[in-house]
Design a protein. Structure first.
Length: 312
């Protein structure tokens, strides 16, 4: 079956530093990841297109990713970053869309997980910026901690005109699922259902393996989260994502595809197609085909630093 990977990253650390990566505990991703690496990971997985997502809160990274998307075969869309609380959001989006690869901008991500103010998503300036993104026909991706989901519920209720995408199902506490262990999977599930009650929200089946135990997770550890998401959103509002290369902390690309295939085995072929590619195409407005994909098209190019004057 055709697949669209709706969530992955690329980075070259001289251009986009990743200070959160611990070289000891996160050795598997303490490296640069380019489109060449992505192409190798996708081999044999029937992935015909991807959406690359920002990893740091800078417009400069978004500019780089748009340029890469313009050159790469497989990248269909870019979820970038702008400062949503800035009154100049509309101007920033216009700049990005008018630059190289600007046609591939499909959304903007808010890195809510980095905020510690419980009222962050209630801020009028932030919401004004989100409405500006919607007016440009773009989505808002939200990456949150599970305890922030009640704020997400208020946000999606109050901004029905904005299309929201919840990354990684809101990060369910799969490693510590019960209150006695410091987690609250039941609380996450209730909050997810409240969010899913609003039709302007879709969610990604991504990033789950790194919310479970990195070293000894199993598909059964993930099943409660996937089943609750299917019940709450339905397949037509869920999309497959790998969260590669972050996912390498706990699994290989092919292993995650195999795991999700097993978890979705009870769905009809139409329902599975929604999760694997149709939801992503609809939500992000992805083209069915890129001109570069026809026989004889150019090969993917690697994300790299632009040449400076000294480099020639």
């Amino acid at each position: 079956m055709e697949r669209i990977d709706a969530h992955h990253h690329l980075w070259v650390r001289t251009r986009t530093p990743q200070p959160w990566i611990d070289p000891v505990t996160m050795r598997a991703i303490d490296a640069d990841f380019t489109t060449d690496d992505l192409t190798a990971a996708l081999a044999g997985q029937h992935v015909t297109g991807t959406v690359v997502v920002q990893s740091v809160p800078t417009e400069a990274e978004t500019v780089d990713l748009l340029a890469v998307a313009e050159a790469a075969q497989v990248i269909r869309g870019v979820v970038g970053w702008v400062e949503l609380a800035d009154p100049g959001v509309a101007g920033a989006l216009t700049r990005l869309r008018s630059g190289p690869g600007g046609r591939h901008l499909v959304g903007v991500r808010s890195m809510v997980q980095a905020e510690h103010d419980p009222g962050y998503l209630d801020r009028p300036d932030l919401r004004r910026g989100m409405r500006a993104v919607a007016e440009h026909g773009l989505t808002i991706d939200l990456v949150t901690r599970h305890e922030q989901l009640p704020g997400v519920g208020r946000l999606v209720r109050d901004l029905p005109e904005v299309s929201f995408v919840l990354d990684h199902l809101g990060k369910p506490p799969l490693a510590d699922p019960g209150p006695a262990d410091g987690g609250d999977l039941a609380g996450w599930a209730d909050a997810l259902s409240e969010i899913a009650a609003h039709p302007n929200v879709t969610a990604k089946l991504s990033g789950l393996v790194t919310e479970a135990s990195w070293t000894d997770w199993s598909s059964q550890d993930l099943r409660p989260a996937v089943d609750r998401a299917l019940d709450a959103f339905g397949p037509e509002r869920l999309m497959f994502g790998s969260d590669w290369p972050v996912s390498l902390l706990a699994t290989r690309y092919a292993e995650w595809v195999d795991t999700l295939t097993g978890l979705l085995a009870g769905l009809t072929s139409t329902e599975q197609a929604a999760v694997w590619h149709r939801t992503a195409r609809r939500v992000y407005g992805l083209p069915a085909e890129r001109a570069e994909d026809v026989p004889g098209g150019s090969a993917p190019t690697a994300i790299a630093e632009p040449k400076t004057e000294e480099q020639g």
